[in-house]
Design a protein around this ligand. Structure first.
Ligand code: UD1
Length: 364
């Protein structure tokens, strides 16, 4: 059985790496599996892309499309055309897509036009905020997928409410668990301290900020930055800067001191920061869960989250973007500490996903 994997953005390299390792393990067990990896090029800076392939033992992409650094519409359109060319040549049994990026949607649309079944990892997540490009990408991708791998029971509930399992005959839902937990568990042993970072272990706040909704409105961005600067007066704040955020901060002429702003970092360094920080402040979807995997409380710089169970159990607080609210949330945060309350699939998600692909195609 041939699978074409589509990826293009940072978190997808990590998730796909975990699945590729499981595909390799199944191949060694005698299953007839062949994976072809297509990198759209959405993330292209060395520290947003190359470093992940170098350090995470991910197979190199078989096709690199070099499509990045343009408007979302143009990027998505170009990707659909180029992915379709690859699919015509490769003729896979499955197209595997991850998450909610423009690369995810482009891969799914290209496959659907050629009637190639789509398997979606991280299906069923919803923020219920249609102004986020990610929300549109994930809803459309789910709608045209045949195998929907849900990371949480809540994701299954979301899909059932949308009619999956009823009218959408043929589409299968599977509560697979979260591949990011498999990845975090595997890579934890390889974590490495970022060079030249001088902070006291367990005493710093790890922060990331990249969502368009936070970076593209200078007023909102400056409110968040001011709150982070206030927090940084009490405890060091380490902020690896996404290129989008760096540009927005420059354009708005914001001064970051005393925040410790650093270049984007590889995953092994991120794992070290997660393991050694005191608390996480982020607008990233992935980092909210990774904070939980590493037993760190999290403040989320958004008004809603796809990972509602983290908020329900009080591992995560939605702090929004208003500086007063962020500071109130930071200084008044009462954390739940029952870290056993959620399991995100217990680190077996990749096994379930690859197992389901094998069973669905009969590639035993
Ligand atoms: C994308 C995903 C988001 C995911 C995130 C992970 C979409 C709509 N969003 O957001 O869901 O959480 O990736 O990081 O797909 N840029 C560079 N160098 C790079 C990559 C990007 O300079 O290596 C620039 C781009 O040219 C663009 C900006 O950064 O101006 C934003 O990049 P883009 O690919 O639009 O989306 P992300 O914000 O990274």
């Amino acid at each position: 059985m041939k699978i074409v994997t589509i990826l293009g953005a940072r978190p997808q390299f990590i998730k796909a790496g975990t699945i590729s390792r499981e595909i390799e393990r199944c191949r060694e067990l005698g299953h007839a599996l062949d994976e072809v990896i297509v990198h759209t090029g959405q993330h292209y800076d060395a520290n947003m892309s190359g470093v992940f392939f170098d350090e995470l033992q991910i197979p190199r992409p078989d096709h690199h499309l070099g499509i990045g650094g343009m408007s979302h519409g143009e990027m998505t359109g170009q990707m659909i055309g180029r992915i379709a060319e690859v699919l015509s040549a490769e003729r896979p049994e499955w197209v595997l897509v991850y998450g909610d990026t423009n690369s995810t949607l482009a891969g799914a649309i290209a496959a659907s036009k050629m009637l190639i079944p789509i398997a979606h990892v991280e299906a069923g997540l919803r923020s219920f905020n249609m102004s986020m490009p990610e929300e549109v990408n994930r809803i459309l991708t789910d709608r045209i997928s045949s195998l929907l791998f849900c990371p949480t029971p809540n994701a299954v509930v979301n899909l059932r409410k949308e009619g999956f399992g009823n009218w959408k005959s043929g589409a299968r839902l599977l509560l697979s668990g979260d591949v990011m937990l498999d990845g975090a568990t595997f890579y934890k042993q390889l974590a490495k301290r970022p060079l030249d970072l001088h902070v006291d272990e367990h005493e710093f706040v790890l922060c990331t900020l990249h969502r368009a909704e936070n970076t593209d409105d200078p007023k909102r961005l400056s409110g968040i930055v001011n709150a982070l600067k206030e927090i940084a007066r009490h405890r060091a704040v380490v902020l690896p800067l996404h290129p989008r955020t760096r540009k927005a901060i420059c354009d708005a002429r914001l001064d970051l001191a005393p925040i410790v702003a650093i270049e984007p970092i590889g995953y092994l360094s991120m794992i070290w920061l997660l393991d050694n920080c005191r608390l996480v402040v982020t607008d990233s979807g992935g980092l909210q869960k990774e904070a939980f995997f590493f037993r760190k409380p999290c403040l989320t710089l958004r008004d809603e989250t796809e990972w509602v169970e983290l908020v329900d159990y009080r591992f995560n607080v939605l702090a929004g973007a208003d500086p007063d609210h962020i500071l109130q949330s930071y200084f008044g945060f009462q954390f739940a500490l029952n870290w056993e309350a959620l399991d995100y699939g217990g680190g077996k998600a990749s096994e379930r996903i690859v197992g389901a692909l094998i069973t669905s195609s009969g590639a035993t």
